[in-house]
Design a protein. Structure first.
Length: 755
């Protein structure tokens, strides 16, 4: 290929990859300020604080370079704001309550807002910002949900989000099922109920009956039950508490979760939400009362209804359900994989070893106490450097390993869809949420068929409490005891404190066994006290375990045992060292709990593995490490308070004239949103790359020095995947241009500018 043809290819590509530079217009919000959100050092503050504790943000924790009234770049460099005085006694924010903000009329590319949701998250997704253009057209942008003052700005990212707007609803009865005095006014009778964090659960043959009376004047109403797991909801207009007849006598089933979800046995509250039922036909019977019966849809496994609230109302609520995922700009990266840890195909394709829990009702995985979750990432053989970015929270430890020589023949986790392929005799055992247990005379038998050439294998049994593990060759062999916890230790463990992997050598059971079928039986080592095997997983493997090296720990980052809140962030790990001397380019990523005693281990929402740079375009903090005060006291320790930066894209072809903020809905301090700053970014001259042939067989690439913040990148191919790499060396400013010189050769190269 001639040198001239090379230059033509480069020019054609770069003309199509234009980036834009923005100029800022700072909107003056001072005339509408009505709140004091920052407490000046030593001051008392104006008006009430942000919550009942008098909380404000402590101005003394602002960055050292912050200057009142001057343009301030956010600490991640993504935006600029010009705030009102924070460091002196002044009103510095407005409560969002339907104001219309007139802006300098112009064409703008985007709108940056600095907002504070205090004291709690503003979850209502129906509130909208309205963009008004000079031609009379309008464009609505969703405001909520917005993370709270003391939570992470990513609180609502990579989650499945549900919200019900009850503003058009008249509530007639409303009570929590929390064992409190309010619930007692409605509870008629109950049996087999438990209390989990203040919420009622009903397992096995248990039940709960509630009565709502004084309904004679009603002809139409809706019953709402907030419930999850395996539930049956039944209704009746009369009830006689008679132990001699079944509790279901006279009731009509209106909902069975096993039928609603096509036979799916829910154990992780994935289906926890409000379920609504029209009760007009029951009101028409004229009894003036309604009885509500909750029972377990799968009484044999102990995961019945987990109930939070019961309501009766008239009117129509508006429901919102959506997967909330931020836009990820991958134009500067080669992405090898990117997925939500939500149990769908891409997640399961990478899931390597799992004793953890989830996906949850917000569709994330978590690993508490001694649980762990391991993912396997297989990168292309020519990759030498890569990164992993993770959306996580809580007290996590992340460890990496290169490839291992472990061969996994079989893995079974109780409750998963493939358990039936292995469980040949349930033996009176019971299924829980990701575990199976067998108390007293109960037992369970799993069967594994190994390849015909296997002579050595190990069964790794992840189990706890007073377990006995037995093994047998073939389908009718004699069982022999391999592990007996109580007999070997003398400990009558009943609290899962011995949960771990216990290895059983299967080699003796494979000798003279042409079928290579092996059975494992688990039973109770102390049948008299009812604390038999608590089984989480069985794996049949051969080879040595991978050796994991911890590379990221929340306790190292924060210096404390973090639980949710502001610890939900994007964390990036360099995989380069794990890829070195790793010809297969296989990386194992293991997540474990950094505080195994309190059950707040890693929550994992999303991950991406890539080379280059990605830009996750979600909500971010304006300032890092802000602290709050309470009643004017010293800064409160913690992980910081959040003023959130959010960017909205605008129609750059139209003249923007005004921004209309949403009304206060519902009008509650817990849902208050404060606006502290607003910036309009206008698109100006594109950054145009020029190409020229120069002596010494070189090509000169140049662009205007007015266009700052750009990087020059190149690649040898536009095929998939494309890996763009930064040009080595710093561009030299010559006069009014940035200049880069590159050597020309016979190979094709493509170039682009990126902001």
């Amino acid at each position: 290929m001639s040198r001239f043809r090379i230059i033509i290819i480069v020019v054609c590509l770069l003309i199509t990859s234009v980036s834009m530079v923005s100029a800022q217009t700072y909107i003056d919000l001072k005339p509408q300020f009505d709140a004091d959100t920052f407490l000046e050092t030593g001051g008392a503050g104006l008006g009430t604080g942000l919550d009942g504790e008098g909380r404000r943000i402590d101005a003394g924790t602002l960055p050292g370079n912050y200057v009142d009234g001057s343009p301030m770049t956010t600490q991640d460099g993504r935006a600029k704001f010009q705030f009102a005085p924070f460091k002196q006694s002044s009103l510095d924010a407005l409560v969002v309550t339907g104001q219309v903000i007139v802006v300098p009329e112009g064409k703008y590319e985007s709108l940056d807002l600095a907002m504070l949701s205090a004291p709690g998250s503003s979850a209502n997704p129906f509130r909208e910002i309205e963009l008004r253009y000079a031609d009379g057209s309008k464009e609505a942008k969703r405001l909520g949900p917005l993370a709270g003052l003391l939570t992470s700005p990513t609180d609502f990212e990579n989650v499945f989000f549900r919200f019900t707007d009850n503003s058009q609803v008249q509530t007639l009865q409303n009570f929590p099922t929390d064992f409190g005095a309010e619930e007692a006014n409605y509870l008629v009778t109950q049996s087999g109920n438990g209390n989990s964090g203040g919420n009622r659960f009903i397992d096995g043959n248990g039940f709960a009956v509630y009565r709502i009376g004084d309904l004679a004047a009603l002809t139409q109403a809706t019953l709402a039950v907030t419930v999850g797991n395996n539930f049956v909801i039944s209704l009746a207009t009369h009830f006689v508490d008679d132990p001699s007849v079944p509790i279901t006598n006279g009731f009509t089933v209106i909902a069975n979760s096993m039928e609603l979800y096509n036979g799916l046995d829910h154990h992780a509250l994935v289906n926890l939400k409000q379920y609504d039922f029209d009760i007009s036909s029951y009101l028409a019977q004229g009894s003036g009362e309604l009885y509500i019966l909750l029972t377990d849809a799968s009484p044999s496994d102990g995961w019945g209804p987990f109930v939070q609230r019961i309501r009766l109302f008239t009117g129509t609520p508006t429901n919102f359900e959506a997967d909330l995922q931020p836009t990820v700009d991958t134009s500067r990266a080669t992405v090898y994989t990117m997925f939500r840890t939500d149990g769908t195909t891409n997640d399961l394709a990478h899931l390597y070893d799992n004793s953890g829990s989830g996906p949850s009702n917000i569709r994330h995985r978590f690993a508490d106490a001694t649980q762990s979750i391991t993912y396997r990432i297989d990168l292309p053989d020519d990759v030498t450097t890569a990164k992993m970015t993770l959306d996580m929270n809580n007290n996590f430890v992340v460890s990496l390993s290169g490839p291992s020589d472990v061969i996994r023949y079989h893995t079974v986790t109780p409750g998963t869809t493939n358990e039936g392929d292995y469980l040949v005799d349930a033996g009176g055992s019971n299924l829980g949420d990701g575990f199976r247990f067998a108390d007293g005379t109960g037992y369970m038998v799993y069967q594994f068929d190994l390849p015909d050439n296997v002579t050595n294998a190990i069964a790794r049994v992840f189990v706890a409490n007073q377990f006995v593990i037995e093994a047998a060759a073939g389908t009718s062999g004699e069982f022999r005891v391999e592990k007996d916890w109580f007999a070997e230790t003398g400990l009558a463990t009943t609290d899962n404190s011995n949960l771990g992997d216990y290895n059983v050598d299967l080699a003796p059971y494979l000798i003279n066994n042409p079928s290579k079928i092996v059975q494992l039986r688990l039973r109770d080592g102390v049948p008299s006290d009812g604390w038999g095997p608590f089984l989480k997983r069985i794996s049949i493997v051969s080879g040595s375990d991978p050796v994991f090296k911890p590379v990221l720990s929340s306790q190292d980052i924060y210096g404390q045992d973090v639980k949710s809140g502001p610890s939900k962030k994007y964390y990036t790990i360099d995989l380069t060292s794990t890829l070195s001397n790793n010809p297969t380019k296989e990386v194992l990523v293991k997540f474990t709990d950094g505080s195994t005693t309190d059950g707040s281990g890693p929550g994992i929402f999303w991950m991406a593995v890539y080379s280059g740079e990605i830009d996750i375009q979600g909500d971010r903090l304006v300032f890092n490490d802000l602290k709050t005060t309470i009643d004017g006291g010293p800064p409160v320790t913690g992980l910081g308070a959040g003023i959130i930066h959010r960017r909205y894209a605008l129609n750059g072809n139209k003249l923007l004239s005004a921004i209309a903020l949403p009304s206060r809905h519902p009008a509650s301090g817990a849902n208050e949103i404060y606006l502290l700053g607003a910036t309009l970014n206008s698109a100006v001259t594109p950054a145009l790359l020029k190409v020229a042939w120069i002596p010494d067989n070189k090509v000169q690439l140049s662009w205007s020095s007015v266009q700052t913040g750009y990087r020059l990148q190149s690649t040898a191919t536009l095929g998939s995947p494309t890996q763009w790499l930064d040009i080595q060396g710093v561009p030299q400013q010559v006069g009014t241009e940035f200049i880069v010189e590159v050597a020309a050769n016979e190979a094709v190269r493509y170039y682009r500018l990126v902001k």
